[in-house]
Design a binder for this molecule. Structure first.
Ligand SMILES: *Cc1c(COP(=O)(O)O)cnc(C)c1O
Length: 228
């Protein structure tokens, strides 16, 4: 199947799912996750209308950037402070912020580049130890700290659901949405709860049902990944 066919199917599914739960399909942004795929595939997707791409590794953003048509880049994978330099002037949003130390380093480099950048706080909603992200009770500390930042703006939350059947996944997304709504009611400086990034190829329809505003989809668009 071609990227064109797959992309059309994914967009249709997003749209159908949104409508089925009474949401406006335009409120859900598709982030095409391009990790491990060649820049030729990325450019094909961009020519077909993809506006946002997501990469897992900062080095991959750096290495691919110059060969890819104009598009918005998102860093969605774990970010170490010493790798912020690879994404600071290339990405519009970092989804995987999970410490004050990382917020400080993003701010330091954003300021040095005189460039504003959006971030999401990654929450480990399931409590599974293999997943990165903060626990829900650390969220207040990070969001309070955002008030001290000038070039770095918190736009919402991100999560990755552990693999499981759709009932288990539903519980995590539901909890995440409750946390998102509860947080939205609070008045943190320099925080606006606009984006809830959750849902991948295997669970994006469930995520949409529970209020995702960004879905991160890779293999369903580009086919099976080759990690070598
Ligand atoms: C790889 C990845 C995705 C997309 O995964 P698919 O199953 O290929 O859709 C989404 N989010 C993150 C954080 C990822 O690393």
């Amino acid at each position: 199947m071609s990227i064109e066919t797959r992309l059309t199917e994914v967009k249709n599914k997003i749209s159908e799912t949104a409508k089925a739960c009474g949401r406006n399909p335009d409120d859900i942004k598709l982030i095409a996750v391009t990790k491990t795929y060649p820049t030729s595939a990325m450019n094909e997707a961009i020519r077909l209308g993809v506006t946002d791409v997501g990469e897992n590794k900062p080095q991959e953003v750096r290495d691919k950037f110059d060969d890819v048509l104009p598009v918005k880049w998102h860093l969605i994978g774990h970010l170490q402070t010493n790798k912020v330099k690879y994404v600071i002037d290339r990405c519009c949003m970092i989804h995987s912020v999970d410490s004050i130390k990382l917020m400080q380093e993003i701010e330091r480099l954003a300021k040095a580049h005189n460039r504003h950048i959006d971030i999401l706080i990654q929450v480990n909603i399931s409590g599974e130890d293999t997943k990165s992200g903060i626990s829900p009770d650390e969220l207040d500390e990070l969001l309070s700290y955002a008030g001290q930042l000038e070039f770095t703006h918190v736009k919402g939350l991100m999560t990755i659901a552990p693999k499981g059947d759709s009932e288990e996944v539903s519980v995590h997304f539901k909890n995440m949405k409750e946390l998102f709504d509860k947080t939205s009611e609070k008045d943190y400086k320099n925080v606006s709860m606009e984006e809830l990034s959750m849902g991948m190829s295997g669970d994006f329809q469930t995520a949409i049902k529970y209020g995702a505003t960004m879905v991160r989809i890779g293999s369903l668009i580009f086919g099976p990944r080759n990690y070598n």
